[in-house]
Design a protein around this ligand. Structure first.
Ligand SMILES: [Fe+2]
Ligand SMILES: [Fe+2]
Length: 494
């Protein structure tokens, strides 16, 4: 029998289906969040009669009424740190992240948890609704009731609001506004993916790219990696198929920085390494999309172009506007990232040289991330431990063996994000390696389970935990393929 997430979690009734949203609906949901974000922002600048609002109101209405046409009515609801459109979770997206964050924070501050549109809405209603919402006093728990009364007084019955649901483990909604490190991690991750996208788009359009923003983000990431590397390492499990280039650059940067930390790099060097890794494939921005996304094998000419990307990358980096932010170590790192230890990689060299330290670090991070991510020409990627096994086999010719050892120490012998079967018949996702090297085979895992509402439940267990009778409570039996079990690993790290 095929085991799926829902068959493992006993017979509990799931009220909230969490299957994928229909692509159309997902797009509309994301647009809706962005529109609300813009409207709330603008309404804080202009008064409700201002014509500057007209266009935005019209555009938002279009989205709202399209949703009404499709669904009859719709609800946008906050559940913990997620937004649900008609009981389906809207996944975070790179473009939508800022709007998501804004809406969550602003609604939570006002104790508003759900907005329901029960039918077609017009300009007047939407205007009143937005201004009433933005004018609610922050921190007042009875806001939803007051808001409903206000709407009723205005004769608006199409729009309904409900209070924010506060979950037991949270001490009131207000504390939610305090961003914890996990939240900062998410923000830094998505912002960096977005910024890399911007940089690549600018370079494609032959415009200058701004690296100062990348630097600021790399500094934040260094700070996080120093505090707790597992936060950002967890984010690398987000394997975004469509956004490969951007996610890949960020992942390689996270792995590289975490390795640099273990090598005892100073913060400044770590930041430089982080930026270099972010830019390592920047040369690919000059390679035609058809070649990058070609489902089959590349022909000779295509390979010739592909192999140019490290050198083209160097050229791009040297042409950056803020060249002052770039030093030779970084340029060489970009040049070296496909050389391999025995120099069998590319570009071909006239004279033998040693692969630079930045280059050697990035090579390991790059290979691992590339192997574990689904690509158009390899839809089912290698599992984390398969990838490590291949890299270990090739270590002498391709990688720096000492650095590879550090990398394995970092992701663990059961790498972060691996799906494992435990002797208790539970499924676990490896969260981080055990800090005690003696227990390399006993990582910290998240048990795969869901709450009654169908949300991902994050129960973190340490596999060194004892049952009191001298036995381990749980042990790993074997690793499993998450694709076969339809488990979205990244969800457990968000
Ligand atoms: Fe590359
Ligand atoms: Fe790469």
């Amino acid at each position: 029998m095929e085991i799926t997430e829902s068959t493992i979690q006993s017979d509990r009734r799931i009220k909230r289906p969490s299957g994928p949203l229909e692509p159309d609906l997902l797009k509309l949901g994301n647009t809706l969040v962005t529109k609300f974000h813009v409207l709330m922002r603008i309404s804080q600048i202009y008064d409700s009669k201002n014509v500057a609002l007209d266009q935005f109101i019209k555009e938002s209405l279009q989205t709202i009424n399209t949703l009404i046409e499709k669904e009859g009515s719709f609800s946008l609801k906050i559940v913990k740190d997620d937004l649900f459109l008609n009981d389906q979770r809207l996944p975070y997206s790179v473009e939508g992240f800022t709007s998501f964050k804004y809406l969550l924070t602003q609604w939570k501050k006002r104790f508003i948890g759900e907005v329901i549109f029960n039918g077609p809405t017009d300009e007047g209603m939407l205007r009143e609704f937005i201004y009433a919402l933005i004018n609610l006093e922050e921190g007042r728990e009875e806001n939803a009731t007051l808001f409903s009364e206000q709407l009723a007084n205005l004769g608006i019955f199409m729009i309904e609001v409900n209070p924010l649901e506060v979950f037991e483990e949270e001490e009131g909604a207000v504390t939610l506004q305090k961003e914890d490190q996990q939240e900062v991690g998410k923000k830094v991750f998505f912002e960096t993916v977005g910024t890399i996208k911007e940089v690549i788009t600018n370079i494609k359009a032959k415009q200058y790219a701004d690296v100062r923003k990348l630097k600021r983000l790399a500094q934040k990431a260094v700070h996080l990696v120093m505090a707790d590397e597992s936060i950002l390492l967890g984010m690398t499990t987000i394997k975004n198929y469509d956004e490969y280039t951007f996610n890949h650059s960020v992942n390689v940067s996270i792995y590289s920085m975490a390795m640099g930390k273990r090598l005892g790099f100073f913060k400044k060097t770590l930041t430089e390494l982080g930026i270099t890794a972010l830019l390592h494939d920047i040369g690919k921005s000059k390679i035609p999309r058809e070649i990058l996304n070609k489902p089959g094998a590349l022909d000779d000419e295509e390979w010739r172009l592909m192999k140019k990307h490290p050198l083209v990358g160097v050229e791009i980096v040297l042409n950056l506007k803020q060249l002052g932010e770039i030093n030779p170590r970084m340029v060489i790192g970009v040049f070296d990232h496909h050389l391999k230890s025995d120099l069998s990689g590319y570009p071909k060299l006239f004279k033998k040289k040693e692969v630079s330290l930045f280059g050697r670090i990035i090579q390991i991070a790059d290979s691992y991330d590339a192997m574990t991510t689904p690509r158009i020409y390899k839809k089912t990627p290698y599992s984390p431990e398969q990838a490590l096994a291949i890299m270990l086999r090739e270590r002498v010719v391709h990688f720096d063996p000492v650095l590879l050892k550090i990398f394995i120490g970092l992701v663990g012998i059961y790498p972060i994000g691996s799906l494992v079967l435990l002797n208790t018949h539970e499924l676990g996702i490896v969260y981080k390696p055990n800090p005690d090297p003696e227990f390399m085979d006993r990582p910290i895992v998240i048990l795969v389970a869901r709450t009654e509402k169908g949300d991902v439940k994050k129960e973190v267990v340490d596999l060194t935990e004892n049952d009191g009778k001298g036995h381990f409570k749980r042990s790993i039996v074997k690793t499993l393929d998450p694709y076969q079990y339809h488990i979205d690993i990244a969800k457990y790290f968000l």
